[in-house]
Write a protein that binds this ligand. Structure first.
Ligand SMILES: Nc1ncnc2c1ncn2[C@@H]1O[C@H](COP(=O)(O)OP(=O)(O)OP(=O)(O)O)[C@@H](O)[C@H]1O
Ligand SMILES: [Mg+2]
Length: 306
């Protein structure tokens, strides 16, 4: 759905995007995560056709983005990270206004507005003034607005940042539903854990470059594999240490007292065989487990603030 190659964008002399390459397959719920200033908003605006890159290739739905931004805008829904000011408009009028911009007549616009309000659980707010609403409510309204024309690609720039946990969950469920119905979705956040919970794929951006991209199960597995195994023992004879040292999957053995830890890149079956061999050589092992790390730590290790 989206293919980006070697994208560059500078603001004055500051290089915000430095050769960014990424791919979002059709039907994916893609999480875009990175620290402040990494280039998420810049990338999303370029994909949405709201900003031009300096160089590089952007293909959205098999169409090269070069000059034809109007066409792209019709099939992309964009939820910005800020909310403009709309004086004297009620929620319902606001959505009907956007529906009319997409060419719907009055009746069709009212029907679509009612549908969207229902979808976002905002029906009872239809007569509220937009400007008087809370930040979280405005963010929800922005999501409704972006969905007015049922876009093929929905881009959301930190839509959940001002939402309470209940709304976050609602949003997550809505996005998963839309994705199941065939929409491709790109959503950004600072929080890798939150995205890993809802998305099918994740891309991590740091200083204008993609530092990691993949589907969530692979990401979680890779994260687990970087955590060391820990052995707590009552005794650990020399023969057992030799077994550890000769196992090709065991790296950098570290010990403190009766605790031994080592990074391990074998499978769980191989780990089980290793444990059996250690016990057979007389090691008295109290516990044997892979240390739990967090996605958050992996994120911090991978990224730096520009
Ligand atoms: N209009 C602008 N003029 C000058 N510099 C800009 C402009 N917009 C963005 N930048 C700079 O480009 C870099 C990337 O900004 P961008 O907004 O894309 O990051 P981001 O990943 O969305 O950050 P955040 O998580 O804070 O929203 C930042 O260093 C930012 O200061
Ligand atoms: Mg941003």
């Amino acid at each position: 759905m989206v293919r980006i190659r070697n994208l560059r964008k500078s603001y004055g002399s500051y290089q915000a995007l430095r050769g960014l390459t990424m791919e979002i397959p059709r039907g994916e719920l893609f999480g875009f995560v990175g620290p402040n200033g990494a280039g998420k908003t810049t990338t999303m605006k370029i994909i949405a056709g709201l900003m031009r890159a300096d160089s590089g290739e952007v293909v959205v739905a098999d169409r090269m983005l070069s000059g034809k931004t109007g066409q792209i805008r019709e099939m992309v829904g964009y939820v910005p990270d800020f909310f403009g000011v709309y004086d004297d408009l009620k929620v319902q009028e606001y959505l009907e206004f956007f529906a009319s911009l997409y060419g719907m007549d009055g009746k069709e616009a009212r029907r679509r507005t009612a549908e969207l309000l229902e979808m976002l659980g905002m029906t009872q707010l239809r007569d509220e003034m937009v400007d008087g609403m809370s930040r979280g409510m405005k963010q929800k309204l922005c999501v409704a607005r972006a969905l007015v024309n049922t876009p093929e690609l929905l881009i959301l720039d930190e839509p959940a940042s001002g939402m309470e946990p209940r709304y976050r969950r609602q949003l997550k469920e809505l996005l998963q539903e839309l994705c199941a119905e065939g929409m491709t979705i790109l959503i950004s956040s600072h929080n890798l854990n939150e995205l890993a919970e809802m998305c099918t794929s994740i891309g991590v951006i740091s200083k204008g470059r993609m530092v990691m991209q993949g589907d969530v199960p692979t990401l979680l597995r890779r994260q687990r594999e970087t955590n060391p195994y820990v052995l707590q023992c009552l005794s650990f004879p020399e023969e057992a240490i030799q077994i550890l040292k000769s196992d090709p999957h065991v790296k950098n053995i570290a010990s403190s007292g009766t605790n031994i830890s080592f990074p391990y890149d074998g499978t769980e079956e191989e780990a089980a065989e290793l444990l059996t061999a250690l016990v057979a050589k007389g090691a008295q092992i109290v516990s044997f487990y892979r240390e739990e790390g967090s996605l958050e730590k992996m994120f911090l290790d991978m990224t730096t603030v520009p």
